[in-house]
Design a protein around this ligand. Structure first.
Ligand code: MGD
Ligand code: MGD
Ligand code: MO
Length: 765
């Protein structure tokens, strides 16, 4: 990777030739020019594999290959010809590798052998699978209490692997399931059930073909779910109104050139996406939403006084909801001054957005991390539900709430039992099916897991995928906690930082990826995944595995279960792993919504897990959908500190979470560097800073601990006052572990109060 450092505005639309070129570069870098293309053509096909990129659905998984630059990169990174072998580990000590940038670690290639950390030499050395399983079993059985072990899941894990994993962990005796979702859409999963009775979205892909208004809050589809651009482009061409609320003017929210459209490609034209893009302050969404809802309520009052058509859907509100009076009272009592100050938007702007929302007969509200990763993320999500409910936009064709999930199966993992707070109904079905006694006490989420490591209460950490130490907040403290553990185990495809910041004993267990053939006792297996719109479908890889020593995730779980539980286990692990249909039968037995699982998943395109809210059946305590009031306008008292800047941590166009594809961020015009902070000219001049100055970012901590990252370059940018942005994960050291939503425990990655000071040592441009 040798991109020259520069900051230069990107004038082209998102997508288009830039995207095709970027994909070519990715394939070439992974040495897979030809076979890679064959692999790509099997992505998202009826008999192919599910793209390991994002969770956006496909048009029924039956159409021809839908082109996506970032899906292509995700596949190229997995199907790479490069290998991370025992010879590589023999050449490089762990201490040496710790000094390597994350990009270089993953670029080594696919892991080929199970490896065990050898403290005497400070190297990872090969270990047999059986010895690795036995080591895990010894550690787990040595713990006085199973709740001293934590079992993390990153959302690429299939339904089958996730179901087996939770079965093993519960038979072992704990509900400690920290999950990547705790850092992601947890606010949706715990917030929406209170509003609507389900923790998932209420739209299907076809609803995008009927909506006349699409409102996108804190989500960057051009980068993180590029296949969504097809839906947005088509909606825009149909004349639907699209509006975005984001501190950045994200390019794909402005203009998009479809790489699948020969005319746009040949004529260099593009489709405008958002009719308006509102640059809301970081953390200003609640103020903005209250403003929009206030306009709706006022307009409804006026319409009713004039005996005109009502603005609010009163039939729906009366028949299906509770709590409207409290909401309206709160909105009437909320003054515009506070709304404008906290949102950073003028009353006129907010009125404009509200008018558009009022006009839409069928509106879809889309949201992502800009909404959920906040101190009051759960309540943010509930305000979006309020907005939808006011006009009856739930349970109607072309309308609804659309949380866009991250990892390709993060939603499915939750559906099949990866949760630290299981319901009694689920546990009793699980127990009845297998004859086990699952623990009832709630387990650890990501934040409480980290607290347990720091306090010494957690001794063993097992990760099914992911890169935990880099994805979590507060690195100094959390990495120190990780190093205190007796054992860390990572089931992984690529080398990453989590392997290097390890416990006294440590294992790396290499697994098959989505693109690879998974052959078990009864022959080739397929797995299933659930996308953002609750469609469950099959995924089967065909590529030759990266190494003959790889095991599938289900096979690894079975090995660990056998070595840990031995004859104590009532589960026939080998039989289940020999035929994944049997695992699906168990899933169906435990979760009635999977009725007919094995038959239905064989229909091309899969099937939809129905959502009650979509049918206007409200599985809430009140039996109705609930309007829920957000108390106040802001997320934190720091917001009124004049020195405070609100930092949001975002993804570049060239990364997949902690995996970096390059150091550039094409659409935002940043090339060859990531240690930058985006800041507007006004905030720069208040601090007497100019472009390219080097600054330190310091958290306004309340626990007296210094949290600082040094030497970031100031990039003048169109960005709201009082706010700034930098990349994740480089800025994760700044997020205090205590700075999380108390309801969902989601770390506040999109709202960190910081101050900026000029670096003592200017490190040069
Ligand atoms: N290529 C690629 N695809 C991915 C991923 C990836 O890293 N790379 N990650 C996957 C995962 S796990 C996830 S969760 C999703 C993430 O996808 P997104 O939800 O799009 O996540 P981010 O890019 O972190 O942030 C989303 C947007 O929120 C805006 N934002 C920041 N702060 C605020 C705020 O306070 N208010 C508002 N309204 N907006 C704000 C940012 O400017 C950004 O445009 O994508 C998934 N897909
Ligand atoms: N500051 C800040 N922090 C954040 C966020 C943010 O926006 N800002 N976003 C948060 C979000 S939304 C998320 S989801 C988390 C992501 O957290 P994680 O899910 O833990 O992290 P990833 O970077 O996706 O994990 C990458 C690793 O997964 C492994 N891997 C890839 N494919 C497979 C596979 O098929 N099987 C297995 N077993 N392993 C595989 C590879 O070894 C790779 O190195 O980060 C969170 N952290
Ligand atoms: Mo995520």
């Amino acid at each position: 990777m040798s991109t020259v450092k520069s900051i230069r505005p990107y004038h082209s639309p998102a997508g288009g030739w830039g995207a095709l070129k970027a994909m070519g570069t990715a394939l070439a870098e992974q040495d897979i020019a030809v076979s890679g293309m064959a692999t790509l053509s099997r992505m998202n096909q009826p008999d192919g594999f599910d793209c390991p990129g994002c969770a956006w659905p496909d048009p029924k998984h039956t159409s021809s290959f839908e082109y996506c630059e970032n899906g292509g990169k995700a596949v190229a990174w997995e199907a790479t010809a490069k290998r991370c072998t025992p010879e590589f580990f023999a050449q490089h000590s762990v201490t040496e590798l710790l000094a390597w940038p994350d990009f270089e670690l993953e670029m080594v290639g696919r892991l080929t052998h199970p490896m065990r950390y050898d403290a005497a030499s400070d190297h990872y050395v090969p270990v047999s699978w059986e010895d690795a399983f036995a080591l895990i079993g010894r550690h787990l059985n040595a713990l006085p209490d199973p709740n001293m072990a934590d079992f993390y899941t990153s959302g690429r894990t299939s339904n089958e692997a996730a179901f087996l994993y939770q079965l093993f962990v519960r038979e072992y005796g704990t509900n400690n399931f920290p999950d990547c979702s705790n850092m992601c859409h947890e606010a949706t999963s715990v917030g929406l059930p209170k509003s609507l009775g389900v923790g998932k979205g209420t739209v299907l892909l076809e609803d995008f073909d009927h909506a006349d208004g699409i409102f996108i809050f804190g989500q960057n589809p051009g980068t993180n779910s590029p296949r969504m651009m097809t839906s947005l482009r088509n909606a825009s061409r149909r004349g639907a109104v699209i509006m975005s609320f984001n501190p950045f003017r994200e390019r794909a929210l402005e203009r998009f050139q479809s790489p699948q459209n020969p005319v746009e490609m040949a004529t260099l034209t593009s489709t405008p996406i958002s009719s308006r893009l509102f640059q809301v302050r970081v953390g200003g969404d609640v103020a903005l939403l209250k403003g929009i809802m206030k306009v709706l309520v006022e307009a409804d009052d006026a319409a009713r006084a004039a005996e005109k058509r009502e603005v609010l859907d009163w039939d729906f509100i009366r028949g299906h909801t509770t709590g409207i009076e409290a909401l309206m009272a709160d909105l009437r009592a909320t003054a515009w001054e506070g709304i404008e100050r906290k949102s950073g938007l003028s009353q006129d702007d907010i009125r404009f957005a509200a008018e558009a929302y009022m006009k839409a007969e069928k509106a879809i509200i889309v949201f992502g991390m800009g909404i959920t990763q906040h101190r009051r993320g759960t309540q943010n999500v509930q305000q979006l539900a309020n907005l939808a409910l006011l006009r009856g936009h739930i349970g109607r064709a072309g309308a609804g709430l659309c949380p866009v999930r991250g990892h390709s199966n993060v939603q499915g993992d939750r559906t099949v039992g990866i949760t630290e707070v299981p319901t009694e109904a689920f546990l009793s079905r699980l127990d009845a099916r297998f004859g086990i006694k699952s623990p009832r006490a709630p387990g650890h989420n990501v934040v409480t897991s980290l607290e347990g490591m720091i306090s010494g209460d957690v001794k063993v950490f097992f990760a099914m995928g992911g890169n935990f130490v880099a994805a979590v907040p507060d690195w100094d403290r959390t990495q120190a906690g990780m190093r205190k553990l007796d054992l860390t185990v990572h089931v992984s495809t690529k080398l990453n930082r989590s392997h290097l910041v390890h416990g006294r004993d440590a294992l790396i267990l290499p697994c098959l990826g989505r693109t690879e053939a998974d052959i078990q006792a009864t022959g080739p297996q397929s797995v299933t995944v659930e996308d953002s719109m609750s469609i469950v479908h099959a995924s089967a890889g065909r590529n030759q595995p990266a190494s003959p020593h790889l095991k599938s995730e289900p096979a690894i779980i079975a090995g660990v279960a056998r070595a840990t539980l031995g004859s104590r286990s009532v589960v026939d692990w080998e039989k289940l792993v020999g035929d994944y249909d049997l695992i699906r039968d168990d899933i169906e037995a435990v979760f009635p919504i999977f009725q007919g699982f094995n038959d239905r998943v064989r229909v091309p395109g899969g099937f939809h897990l129905t959502s009650n809210a979509r049918e206007r059946v409200w599985s809430t305590e009140s039996g109705k959908a609930n309007f829920l009031v957000f108390d106040g306008l802001g997320e934190d008292p720091h917001q009124d500190n004049p020195e405070a800047l609100w930092l949001t941590t975002v993804r570049s166009h060239d990364q997949y979470n902690t995996t970096l594809y390059s150091n550039s961020d094409r659409y935002r015009g940043v090339f060859g560097q990531r240690d930058v902070v985006f800041l507007n000219e006004k905030e720069m001049s208040r601090r007497e800073l100019k472009a390219d100055d080097r600054v330190d970012l310091i958290t306004l901590s309340t626990d007296g601990v210094e949290r600082i990252v040094r030497g970031f370059k100031v990039v003048p940018y169109s960005f709201p006052d009082g706010s700034c942005a930098a990349y994740y994960p480089e800025t994760n050291p700044l997020i205090p572990l205590y700075l999380h939503d108390p309801t969902s425990f989601t770390p506040s990655s999109k709202g960190i109060p910081i101050r900026i000071v000029r670096s003592a040592e200017q490190t040069g441009a």
